[in-house]
Design a protein around this ligand. Structure first.
Ligand code: B12
Length: 222
């Protein structure tokens, strides 16, 4: 089964979406992440292992980008391949919700268009029984403020950032939320964010992965 998982990681890294996809030309006619994810689930490979394989693929393409070996179009194709897998995983991650435990507002901060990690957090939190209000990408501080005004009973707010440059906007957003609603709990996450940076921003918590968001919500739920 290892080879199936390895193939899936490779398809994410190369941005191979499905068998009909012409890109990348050297993988033409071969199965893509869409078919391989379905096959992996049929073979009882756990959704967590499938996700881990995909994150590894994203990491690899990100590292290549960092070394100038690939460029933005390749990152976009890798995200397409990742979304094809997430479509299969969604029902597994979201299946826990029947009666909701509370509300969680989440968004990717201003200037940042990365949403794969934020969407994963959203899916897993939903799957653990929470209602999620998703503010999308490039969410300005005011959008978070308006959402808290509209959902004063929310348990916490989550902010995601993938760029070191947008971590500044993350800090501004935390500051704005804490000034307007001092009692609102805030958790931050995303690849460049650290626990130390989160504390300096004045956030209540840092989450390295979706599970840590769930644990934080459970720990503060009334
Ligand atoms: C895919 C991708 C893109 C896609 C995004 C598509 C999409 N729909 O999201 C596109 C092509 C649009 C893109 C654009 C850019 N990108 Co980009 N991108 C990536 C890449 C390869 C993968 C990101 C990803 O999805 N990872 C997988 C997910 C699952 O991981 P994650 O987001 O970290 O989320 C996990 C955790 O962090 C956590 N988490 C995330 N959010 C939250 C929130 C909370 C509350 C909690 C608790 C947890 C949590 O949970 C998730 C699951 O475990 C990374 C490389 C990398 N290694 O991260 C570069 C990367 C982030 N990009 C980078 C750059 C430079 C850019 C561009 C500036 C490129 C350019 N020249 O235009 C633009 C910026 C656009 C913008 N304004 O945002 C750099 C950032 C460098 C830096 N430190 O600032 C990276 C690191 C690549 C690199 N090695 O240089 N990118």
């Amino acid at each position: 089964m290892d080879t199936l998982i390895e193939k899936l990681t490779y398809c994410i890294e190369r941005g191979k979406v499905n068998k009909d996809a012409p890109y990348p030309p050297d993988l033409r006619g071969q199965e893509g992440s869409d078919e391989l994810a379905a096959l992996a689930l049929e073979n009882h490979i756990s959704p967590d292992d499938i996700l881990e394989a995909c994150i590894e693929g994203m990491q690899r393409v990100g590292d290549k980008f960092g070394r100038n070996e690939v460029f933005v179009p390749e990152l976009l194709m890798a995200s397409k391949a990742m979304y094809a897998v997430m479509k299969h995983l969604k029902p597994y991650f979201e299946s826990g919700a029947i009666k909701t435990k509370g509300k969680f507002i989440i968004g990717t901060v201003a200037g940042d268009l990365h949403d794969i990690g934020k969407n994963l957090v959203s899916m897993v939190v939903k799957g653990n029984g929470w209602e999620v209000i998703d503010l999308g990408i490039d969410a300005k501080p005011q959008k978070f403020i308006d959402a808290i005004k509209n959902h004063p009973d929310c348990t916490a707010v989550g902010l995601s950032a993938l760029l070191t440059t947008t971590m500044i906007n993350m800090a501004k957003t935390v500051e704005e939320i804490k000034r307007t609603f001092p009692n609102t709990k805030v958790i931050v996450g995303g690849a460049p964010v650290t626990r130390d940076a989160a504390m300096k921003m004045g956030a209540d918590a840092y989450g390295k992965n979706p599970q840590e968001a769930v644990e934080f919500l459970s720990s503060i739920a009334r």
